[in-house]
Design a protein around this ligand. Structure first.
Ligand SMILES: [Zn+2]
Length: 443
């Protein structure tokens, strides 16, 4: 059940601790899930010291002496974790099933206020960092970020891609409309073709404050018919130009990919992040990720939402069974990808409440289909940080990392579902420090 805006504001402001430069905090944590992929993944009865917005020490509580000037957060009966990282959502996104109602709404700029409430709903679940992957005017995402960073509204770190980039009449098209209308309203992306026009739109995005670049190297969503999803967008030369321009300036590129062919087209032409990936298990997919070094953001949630909405989306029986099989296949692919050393990061592709605010469901979906719980937690923390370029600053409870931390009433290692209950996220600490993405592009 979606709570009202006032309830949401009260919940978020009641538990967010915006850490100030002169603040010294000691957290006594009964258990720490550090986020790490190996070695010291779980610690017990720890003192975690925060100074100047940074974790300055993690040590056994028994050998720790509390400094006189420090505030004490007693989480001795709780679990401390890194702030969660949502690597793929749409803070001002469309309602997937109804392009008319969404894209033609009378008050388009209302998306800004709605988006602010949506990022609060996501933060209420413990996500302290959010990546917005386009859809609509990027000034809306930038305005929400300004409200948080400039005006002091509580909210997660927000990174956005500027305009998503589609080839002419590619995945950015809304097929229910005339293309002339799409081209002028640009509800999902802008449109550009040819290496130099694409370099120009990359430059335009970066000039307007984008933190990374998002393209569509293939068409269709999880329920697209085969005649749509077999389409590849952009030529190799075009993708290489986008990647070269972004990398040259120190930024990463993510691409929407729904099939193995889309993913190969993106990663072999230099894209850093493959978003979504094929619905069903494809043995070549993991090998390709490993060989190219591309990260993968599996967005399991969208398979689940499509199944929930099967009637309104009028899905056929065969599509329903394909999606059900897809949930299990995705978990299998995630396990194999992790074993192969691929960076699998966290992202839901959610947009708008009630989906925004149910992002932690992704953890439960991965775990319930067979991904080991501690791996699921690494995916939402250190691996997500690695995928997006924030690993030097975020993603683990370790000395030197920013103090974006959450206190969970319960033990997500034993019961991952506690992460899906915002009332069990009792404290959210967020460092005042703002950080940019790691400028070292993957290649
Ligand atoms: Zn998306």
């Amino acid at each position: 059940m979606q709570c009202s805006a006032i309830d949401l504001i009260l919940q978020v402001t009641g538990k967010v601790v915006a850490l100030q430069p002169d603040q010294k905090v000691v957290i006594r944590a009964g258990k720490v899930l550090t986020g790490r992929q190996s070695g010291g993944r779980v610690l017990y009865d720890q003192a975690v010291v925060v100074e100047d917005g940074v974790i300055s020490a993690v040590m056994d509580w028994g050998s720790f002496v509390i400094p006189l000037e420090a505030e004490l957060v007693d989480a001795s009966d709780s679990t401390l974790m890194p702030g969660l990282i949502e690597g793929h959502c749409h803070v001002t996104g469309e309602r997937v099933c109804d392009p008319h109602a969404t894209h033609l709404e009378a008050v388009g700029d209302a998306r800004v206020l709605r988006g602010l409430l949506d990022v609060w709903a996501v933060m209420n679940e413990g996500f302290t960092t959010v990546f917005s992957m386009g859809h609509g005017n990027p000034n809306h995402a930038a305005a929400i970020r300004e409200a948080v960073n400039g005006e002091g509204f509580p909210g997660p770190r927000i990174y956005h891609c500027g305009w998503a980039i589609s080839q002419t009449a590619g995945h950015g098209n809304v097929r229910e409309w005339s293309y002339d209308l799409v081209k002028s309203l640009k509800p999902r992306s802008l449109f550009a073709d040819g290496p130099y026009q694409l370099r120009a739109v990359v430059r335009q995005n970066l000039g307007c404050g984008a933190d990374f670049i998002k393209i569509y190297s293939g068409e269709g969503g999880f329920t697209a018919p085969e005649n749509i999803s077999r389409r590849l967008d952009f030529t190799s030369e075009e993708i290489q130009a986008i990647v070269d321009e972004a990398h040259r300036q120190g930024f990463r590129v993510a691409s929407h990919c729904m099939t193995l062919a889309h993913a190969i087209h993106a990663a072999e032409n230099g894209v850093d992040r493959v978003e979504h990936g094929p619905v069903l298990y494809e043995p070549g997919f993991v090998h390709m990720l490993r060989d190219t070094g591309a990260s993968w953001c599996p967005t399991v949630s969208q398979l689940w939402w499509a199944l929930v909405e099967r009637e309104s989306r009028r899905l056929s029986e065969s599509m329903v069974s394909r999606l059900e099989r897809g949930l299990a296949d995705r978990a299998r692919t995630i396990v194999e990808a992790l074993e192969a050393g691929v960076t699998v990061g966290f992202g839901t592709d959610n947009r708008m409440r009630p989906k925004a605010g149910r992002n932690a469901l992704e953890f439960q979906l991965m775990a319930s289909h067979g991904v080991p719980t501690l791996d699921v937690i690494s995916i939402g923390t250190v691996l997500a940080a690695r995928m997006v370029g924030l690993e030097p600053h975020l993603g683990t409870v370790e000395e030197g990392k920013l103090a974006d931390l959450i206190v969970v009433d319960g033990d997500p290692e034993k019961e991952i579902a506690v992460l899906t209950q915002p009332e069990r996220i009792t404290r959210i600490l967020k460092s005042y420090r703002q950080v940019h993405l790691d400028p070292a592009a993957k290649r």
